[in-house]
Ligand binder design. Structure first.
Ligand code: HEC
Length: 100
């Protein structure tokens, strides 16, 4: 009895976690994100990659995923998920302006 309760609670947590990821909107802090951007990102590229006509990120979530899976690996000290969300929020608010 007890065991199955624990299992279903776990399953619920996994579902909630997946739901959080699937949710498209970024809720980072753009002010913190701007600082991170100026310190960590501009060594390789400026905003031109965010505004080019064939830009790769097509949604808020894409921005975050691109930064996490490509750019973050190149950093000497990789950013936390929270900082990545902050910086993605800043970039979206300022350049991409995706609603979701
Ligand atoms: C080591 C170099 C490097 C660093 C540091 C770097 N990037 Fe990038 N980033 C790139 C390159 C190269 C591209 C372009 C890849 C391409 O042409 O597809 C890119 C592209 C991107 C894109 C996609 C642009 C598009 O086409 O929509 C985003 C978003 C992005 N970077 C975010 C960041 C953020 C946020 C940071 C700082 C945390 C960062 N990058 C730091 C190398 C870097």
């Amino acid at each position: 009895m007890r065991k199955s309760f624990v299992l279903s609670a776990l399953a619920g947590a996994v579902l909630l976690g997946a739901g959080g990821l699937a949710q498209a909107k970024l809720a980072g802090d753009p002010v913190a994100g701007e600082k991170i951007y100026n310190q960590q990102c501009v060594s390789c590229h400026g905003a031109e990659v965010f505004t080019r006509p064939d830009r790769r990120a097509k949604s808020q979530q894409d921005i975050l995923i691109f930064a996490q899976q490509n750019c973050n690996r190149a950093l000497k000290q990789p950013l936390s998920m929270k900082d990545l969300e902050n910086v993605a929020t800043y970039i979206n608010n300022r350049y991409y302006k995706y609603a979701k």
